[in-house]
Design a protein around this ligand. Structure first.
Ligand code: NAD
Ligand code: ZN
Length: 358
């Protein structure tokens, strides 16, 4: 599949879809080294185990830092480890940090690269479906604090992104499904045809269409990011990428980030957003059913797995980080494939939606 260019002002960087990621990465690494630039590698122990052959073949003796897999690694402590690792390997302003893994490694590695020597280059090699279609595109990097998720970060775009579908062969099915929730989101927010395709024929890890679907999502995200790089648009813009996320984040928060994967929260959130859109007179009941059937066909939940306290859900929904002064800003659908931001939704309407997905 053809490369994509992510264009940002005067800068631009490529997202490539090589036939063989090992070969493509080895070539770029060799060119980097030949140019006298030092390279180091960051990954987590889950990826190091599942993709050991790829890491050995592509990176050889490149110095590597392997951290524990999991969201808890997106911490200040890990940031310190990565920065110390860069310094210990005498990485200078021309150096490159190669980041292999899911969104946790991408966000942590990207933020480390943004802050080390006030910014060095990093290369993203996403190995989860979620990272391929979402976190590796757009330049948002960061870590969590005890006080909450993603509270510290920077906009720092990678020098390049390499997407290899072969990495998905070792990804646990539940993680694959979680990534599909974001893919369905892209269809619902901006590509009626993509949604229709997923509705007609669910995509799985073996599907021939998978690379094209991933590429389409990267393209949609790149277009949205190009138009609103710093999420400043008063309406629409980058906020549209949060379709299903106000509800999804509330589910994650109320369950303490342990019961639902992010994509599972988003899956229920998409159903909730469809139900909200119906209550606001935008979607028909048949549209809700189409969303539910498509989400369920991708092995994702469409209802909460067990009862959760309504007051807490309601509270979490109205306190979403993405809210602006003046109240909750929801992303709704005018039709399946066309989203818009909407403020001024009555709390009672939100509560009614929670009752329906509960
Ligand atoms: P993750 O990075 O924790 O990866 C999930 C698990 O899969 C880990 O245990 C990892 O070791 C394992 N894994 C990864 N690739 C594998 C492979 N090919 N084979 C086998 N195992 C593999 O989770 P994620 O869902 O990729 O990312 C979630 C993070 O992304 C969150 O912290 C979220 O905040 C962030 N995120 C960032 C953005 C952004 O714009 N920067 C967007 C969305 C999400
Ligand atoms: Zn998401």
């Amino acid at each position: 599949t053809n490369d994509l260019a992510v264009e940002l002002g005067e800068k631009s960087y490529p997202i490539t879809f090589p036939a063989d990621a090992t070969v493509a990465i080895r070539e770029r690494l060799a060119a980097t080294v030949a140019g006298g630039r030092s390279s180091v590698l960051l990954t987590d122990d889950g990826v190091a185990r599942a993709q050991s052959k790829f890491l050995a073949d592509a990176f050889g003796a490149t110095p590597r830092l392997i951290l524990s897999a999991g969201e808890r690694t997106k911490s200040l402590e890990s940031l310190g480890k990565v920065l110390d690792f860069l310094a210990a390997n005498r990485v200078n302003r021309q150096g490159v940090l190669w980041v292999v893994g899911g969104g946790v490694m991408g966000d942590l590695g990207g933020f480390s690269a943004a802050s080390y020597l006030r910014g060095i280059q990093y290369v993203q090699i996403p190995t989860t479906l979620l990272a391929m279609v979402d976190s590796s595109v757009g330049g948002k990097t960061g870590i969590n604090l005890t006080a909450g998720k993603n509270l510290v970060g920077a906009f720092h775009h990678p020098g390049a992104v390499f997407i290899g579908r072969e990495f998905l062969q070792t990804l646990p099915p539940r993680e694959f499904a979680a990534g599909m929730a974001e893919i369905i989101k892209y269809g619902l927010l901006g590509d009626q045809e993509l949604f229709g395709q997923l509705e007609a024929r669910p995509v799985d890890v073996r599907s021939a269409e998978l690379p094209a679907v991933i590429r389409r999502c990267c393209q949609l995200k790149a277009e949205i990011v190009k138009a609103d790089e710093f999420e400043r648009a008063a309406e629409g813009g980058r906020a549209l990428l949060n379709l299903g996320h106000t509800f999804g984040h509330a589910i994650e928060q109320v369950t303490g980030y342990t019961t639902y994967l992010h994509g599972e929260g988003v899956a229920i959130g998409l159903v909730a957003a469809a139900r909200l859109s119906h209550k606001l007179g935008l979607l028909a009941p048949a549209d809700i059913e189409r969303v539910e059937r498509t989400v369920a066909a991708h092995n994702l939940p469409i209802r909460l797995r067990g009862p959760l306290p309504l007051a807490e859900l309601q509270n979490a929904t109205t306190r979403d980080k993405k809210n602006r002064a003046g109240g909750v800003r929801f992303v709704v659908m005018n039709s399946l494939g066309q989203a818009a931001t909407r403020s001024g939704v009555a709390p009672s309407t939100v509560e009614a939606v929670w009752r329906e997905v509960g």
